[in-house]
Ligand binder design. Sequence first.
Ligand SMILES: *Cc1c(COP(=O)(O)O)cnc(C)c1O
Length: 384
Amino acid sequence: MSKQLSLETELVHVSHKDGNNASVAPVYLSATFKPNSFDDMGEFDYTRSGNPTRATLQQHLSKVMKAKFVYAVNSGMAALDVIVRSLAPGDEVVAGDDLYGGTDRLLTYIKTVNGVKVGHYDTTNLELITSKITKTTKMVFLESPTNPLIKICDLKAIADYAHKQNPECVVVFDNTMMTPLLMSPLELGADIQYESATKYMNGHHDVMAGVLATNSEVLAKKLFFVINATGSGLAPFDSWLMIRGLKTMALRVERQQENAIKIANWLESQNVKVRYPGLKSHPHYELHNKQSRGPGAVLSFETGDVSLSKKIIEACELYSVTVSFGYVCSLISLPCLMSHASISAETRKERDFPEDLIRLCVGIENVDDLIDDLDSAFKKSGFK
Ligand SMILES: *Cc1c(COP(=O)(O)O)cnc(C)c1O
């Protein structure tokens, strides 16, 4: 077939080489592989450098992400680690001020230990962020929508500006919140796209994984060098589970998003202040629509009081009180005490991070059950 297949179709059709014509790609747990002969060493020798199951996953992801080079590693943070290892002391880096907590922690580490110059700025302010990107900027780190503040940045405008200033500048985009289903950062100008596959890509909270994608051969070589040198390539069994999880990604994300849209509208109908890019009340509703194919399934809301937020969370029965997102079950959390506790209270205050903010990561359950659960938690806690 010459027609380009849609992502939903690509996700379920995994091509692989197996001598027994297995329908499902087999898992090769072997750490070592024998050469065919000294003249023909074969494709694989040692799993740190390459493994057939990881290779199947990477080839599959390369079609799904429409990227020439894709690598699967041990976690989203391992993916970021692979990227930042190409930075040298004195290199200048521009980053968002509302990045994932772990990203913030690793960038702070390379700043204090490796002497990389890292500046954090509000990426929603295009004038500000472009004024900080100069001819000597080596890398730009962006995330959109951020979580849980749900801030949106204009990826194309920022990437175009950075490349005009310095064609060698590497624009890095964390696409964990959107997945390849809802956003294509490489098409919008990012040089490297990475995602925590622990979230939606795998979707079942039983694998930690990260994915890196690029269309640049030069960057791909650098990324692979670090992965091979440090041994951060994804383990064979986790690669196999990822292939399985990915098959239902489109179904899961579509249902999660449909539920999230209904919950966001219900919350607004209760006069609650909601942050969700699927609502017209979001200040960057149009920008988000322009650069993505949907608002996703993570939203947050304020109650005005931390102790009230705690009571609501404790009164919920269906939502599990858990960090992370992208799971098939719905999750609820208080980011300032959980996922974002690694950012100091002082920095959270500087960045206008409301301590009472509740984050919902919507799952695939029946949406009426999810709304009823919130409604009764609101009543039990005396919120509404
Ligand atoms: C979870 C997450 C990460 C880190 O991924 P891990 O797989 O937990 O290492 C990075 N970015 C975002 C946006 C995340 O949500």
